[in-house]
Design a protein around this ligand. Structure first.
Ligand SMILES: NC(=O)c1ccc[n+]([C@@H]2O[C@H](COP(=O)([O-])OP(=O)(O)OC[C@H]3O[C@@H](n4cnc5c(N)ncnc54)[C@H](O)[C@@H]3O)[C@@H](O)[C@H]2O)c1
Length: 334
């Protein structure tokens, strides 16, 4: 049994996969048969926090659902095809999709994924307007503005409940720092802010707990590795896809944090790409205090180094362009 995948790392940023609390969260995974969707659904099925797991995909959903349903944990599992989309989306929805193509950039993914994200989030807006929406589908820097615009169109927009899942960047930063410093990765916390593509991924090594120091050349190399870690996996898989297992872990970590906060736990903090007033960008990732209704408080950027300030300045034009691209896509939709 995967009883505890990570230990709490500190008072502020905590990341335990809770197994003690019981509640009745209904979670839906959209894109559940995919490379991320399957292991993510397995982690969710393994959690006592989840009472019902609804799986939606355009392919293979009955098989994935039947397989997971035999696991001896309390969550009931229901798979549905596209005809059951309305029924599948429940209290807390997780949107995971769609189509990872080898060699494609996040921008290349835009055309495929924008339509799918808009369609699925429109269904969420119609059938579960109160749900927390966690978007994994890339390019996150555009799919979050798309989701927000779709919810606005339906008159049910709540910026505190729409999250771009950037947790994999934090997970990678923690792991790489721990490797370099010989630390236990479960005890390392690196906030990663900005967006979720290349140079827009801004690890705040200066805010790492425990405090770590690197010479500038090592810091530059470490930052670059975190920003390009997705490519590292794509190359290593040599044609067999992109990050799926680590992403499933990261997605589950984010959902469990959200469920903990919804259940009333205090001090739950995760970084996520959300509607923001912290910079010139209308969406930006920073550490967020999570609560029963989603974002309780944006904790902001905090004190950073001049190296990190420069990275933010360089990221902002790209972020603004990606945000506009997402917003324009929905405006121009028929
Ligand atoms: N946020 C992150 O850190 C992060 C990390 C890695 C990958 N991703 C993104 O996650 C997404 C999924 O990646 P993957 O490797 O699981 O891809 P995948 O191709 O293995 O799986 C995608 C799944 O979505 C399903 N699907 C396609 N259209 C659908 C629709 N209209 N409705 C429901 N389901 C549909 C497919 O049938 C497939 O099962 C991609 O966009 C990828 O770029 C995000």
């Amino acid at each position: 049994m995967l009883s505890a995948l990570a230990r709490p790392a500190g008072a502020a940023l905590r990341r335990s996969f809770s197994t003690s609390a019981q509640n009745n969260a209904k979670v839906a995974v959209l894109g559940a048969s995919g490379g991320i969707g399957q292991p993510l659904s397995l982690l969710l099925k393994n959690s006592p926090l989840v009472s019902r797991l609804t799986l939606y995909d355009i392919a293979h959903t009955p098989g994935v659902a039947a397989d997971l349903s035999h696991i001896e944990t309390r969550a009931t599992v229901k798979g549905t095809g596209h005809t059951g989309l309305g029924d599948c989306i429940s209290l807390l929805s997780l949107v995971s999709c769609i189509g990872s193509f080898l060699g494609m950039t996040r921008d290349d993914l835009f055309n495929t994924n924008a339509t799918i994200v808009a369609t699925l989030t429109a269904a969420c807006a119609q059938h579960c307007p109160e749900a927390m929406i966690c978007i994994i589908a890339n390019p996150v820097n555009s799919t979050i503005p798309i989701t927000a615009e779709v919810f606005k169109k339906h008159g049910v927009y709540n910026p505190n409940k729409i999250f771009g899942v950037t947790t994999l960047d934090i997970v990678r930063a923690n792991t790489f720092v721990a490797e370099l410093k010989g630390l236990d990765p479960a005890r390392v916390n690196v906030p990663v802010i900005g967006g979720h593509a290349g140079k827009t991924i801004i690890p705040l090594i200066s805010q790492c707990t425990p405090k770590v120091d690197f010479p500038q050349d090592q810091l530059t190399a470490l930052t670059g590795r975190i920003q390009e870690a997705g490519t590292e996996v794509v190359k290593a898989k040599a044609g067999a896809g992109s990050a799926t297992l680590s992403m499933a872990y990261a997605g589950a970590r984010f959902v469990f944090s959200l469920l903990d906060a919804v259940n009333g736990k205090e001090g739950v903090v995760e970084c996520s790409f959300v509607k923001s007033q912290e910079t010139d960008c209308t969406y930006f990732s920073t550490p967020l205090l999570l609560g029963k209704k989603g974002i309780e408080k944006n904790l902001g950027i905090g004190k950073i180094s001049s190296f990190e300030e420069k990275m933010i300045a360089e990221a902002i034009p790209e972020l603004k362009a990606s945000i506009k691209k997402g917003e324009d896509f929905v405006k121009n939709m028929k």
